[in-house]
Design a protein around this ligand. Structure first.
Ligand SMILES: Nc1ncnc2c1ncn2[C@@H]1O[C@H](COP(=O)(O)OP(=O)(O)OP(=O)(O)O)[C@@H](O)[C@H]1O
Length: 256
């Protein structure tokens, strides 16, 4: 169960030009908590995920990791990012480097670790995601699912306190999705603190302690998965989020 807050987000706002894409987003993330972020396309889920890792500057509000505030002039963004693993929808692996080098690069460049020590960690992390035989392969030689698992290993090698997943299975063939979700499920079992943006409703329902249901850049509803999905509007909410239906559930329409 969640206990101490690891991250606090207070009245976060984000704009692109004159378009507000996040407004007044507030929540806390407990140590060991898994937070699911769901909502229809364009709701601002990926933008939120990117703000939580300092990949996007924010225009209002505050984000805190423990007692460190993002954007504070004394805060070193690299040091903050080293504590937060980020998994992108499209993997973001360096295509000219082997899988092993992709995983060691953060350790040697950011953590200044000796090559031999980094290589031991790489073997451990690649085994953890089932890629122990792909050390010397290049990303183009791997399936999408294997590339995503390599990118999860790269993030885990840094021993993050928090992992953020931004639609990690959206770019994958259906047959690759299961392997990535299995790795994520194992992380949940180990007690990793996680923010998971996903359209995989069944997965979110199974693993999330708490769900943020975003609509139009704001949190429309927050609560345990059973509260979000299993009210009388549950099925329509699910279809709306998955883009299967453009008809808004009554509770979304009523909020406008
Ligand atoms: N770099 C950018 N410049 C301008 N507008 C952007 C940028 N990135 C995102 N947006 C806009 O911000 C809004 C939120 O986008 P975001 O990708 O966060 O939504 P999302 O909920 O993750 O959607 P999806 O489920 O389709 O990935 C959208 O209207 C999008 O067009």
């Amino acid at each position: 169960m969640p206990n101490l807050p690891l991250m606090r987000v207070e009245r976060l706002c984000k704009r692109y030009g004159d378009k507000t894409v996040l407004h007044d987003v507030s929540f806390t993330l407990g140590q060991g908590e898994v937070k699911g972020v769901i909502g229809p396309s364009g709701a601002g889920k990926s933008t939120l995920a990117r703000c939580l890792n300092g990949l996007e500057a924010i225009d209002g509000g505050e984000i805190w990791l423990d007692d460190i505030r993002f954007g504070d002039r004394h805060t070193k963004l690299d040091a903050l990012r080293a504590r937060i693993g980020f998994v992108f929808q499209d993997f973001n692996l360096f295509t000219h480097l082997t899988v092993a080098r992709n995983v060691t690069i953060g350790l040697t460049k950011v953590k200044k670790m000796a090559r031999a020590e980094a290589e031991a960690i790489v073997r451990r992390e690649l085994a953890r995601v089932g890629l122990e035989d792909k050390l010397d392969a290049y990303p183009a030689e791997l399936s999408g699912g294997q590339q995503q698992r390599a990118s999860i290993a790269r993030a885990l090698a840094m021993e993050p306190e928090l992992m953020i997943f931004d639609e990690p299975t959206s770019a994958l063939d259906p047959e690759s999705v299961g392997g990535v979700l299995r790795v994520m499920r194992e992380l949940v079992r180990e007690g990793m603190t996680m923010v998971v943006v996903s359209h995989e409703m069944a997965f979110i329902e199974a693993v999330a302690d708490d769900v943020l249901f975003m609509v139009d850049g704001g949190i429309h509803e927050e609560g345990p998965a059973e509260q979000i999905f299993q009210h009388p509007q549950g099925e329509r909410t699910r279809e709306f989020i998955q883009g299967l239906s453009h008809a808004e559930p009554d509770n979304v329409r009523d909020a406008r």
